[in-house]
Design a protein around this ligand. Structure first.
Ligand code: DX5
Ligand code: ZN
Length: 225
């Protein structure tokens, strides 16, 4: 299971220090960066200059940029130049989703597509083979610290079945309300990457929290064997 801590829950006043801590061995696999525009979601987080600053502090850690913005196609090249390695856009924000996915790849980034809780997995049927990452939102996007929505397990299993059917090796990521209580079940349902904000940062010991998540996730693997 890949762990992508969400910097939304980090201390923005000490972002460089927070990020450097996450570079310890077996800590973060990716840095998840939540970009919100106050239109696609009812909150504003940060944008391009902050992504550039995160990139400078991140060392070898890939930046997993989750765009919760309208018309993301207008900004793909700018986010790629700012240092994104992976760019995920929402199905709900893209009437020309295939074009935006091609734009992300042309910019040299891994391409991801996200589904809000009410959006069915079937919306991905014609794009699943073309993307590098599928993100199932397990909360309504916009805020950290929300309660995990239980129907996510079923959606993850459906998305896993779709990716297998089209022969895709795309990552299957879950974002929102993920912690020790559900990471194992998400792994069993077919997720191979989770985003975690509050469960990593709110206790004041992000490295300890990440280590505990790894133990919980690997327990899921051994249970299943
Ligand atoms: C929500 C964001 C998430 C959020 C997760 O809109 O996409 O990445 O930061 O935070 P937690 O883990 O606290 O739910
Ligand atoms: Zn996110």
């Amino acid at each position: 299971m890949l762990l992508a801590p969400s910097l939304l829950a980090a201390d923005f006043g000490a972002l460089t220090t927070e990020i450097q801590r996450l570079q310890a061995p077996n800590a973060a696999d990716w840095l998840h960066c939540d970009v919100m525009d106050g239109r696609f979601v009812p909150n504003i987080s940060f944008g391009l200059p902050v992504i550039e600053a995160i990139r400078r502090a991140a060392g070898d850690l890939p930046l997993d940029v989750h765009l919760m913005i309208e018309e993301p196609g207008r900004y793909i090249d700018a986010f790629a130049r700012a240092g994104a390695h992976k760019i995920t856009v929402h199905v709900e924000a893209c009437p020309h989703l295939h074009r935006v996915i091609e734009q992300i790849k042309a910019a040299g980034c891994a391409s991801g597509v996200a589904l809000n809780p009410h959006t069915p997995v079937s919306q991905l049927s014609e794009i699943a083979a073309d993307v590098d990452l599928v993100l199932i939102m397990s909360v309504n996007p916009g805020f950290g610290g929300q309660k995990f929505i239980e129907h996510t397990y079923r959606k993850v299993a459906e998305a896993r079945a779709l990716l297998d059917r089209v022969g895709s090796r795309a990552h299957l990521q879950v974002d929102g309300g993920v912690g020790l209580g559900n990471i194992a079940a998400l792994g069993r349902a077919g997720a191979d990457c989770v985003v975690a904000g509050s469960s990593v940062f709110s206790g004041g010991d992000p490295l300890g929290a990440l280590a505990a998540l790894r133990v919980a996730a690997s327990a899921a693997v051994s249970d299943a064997q």
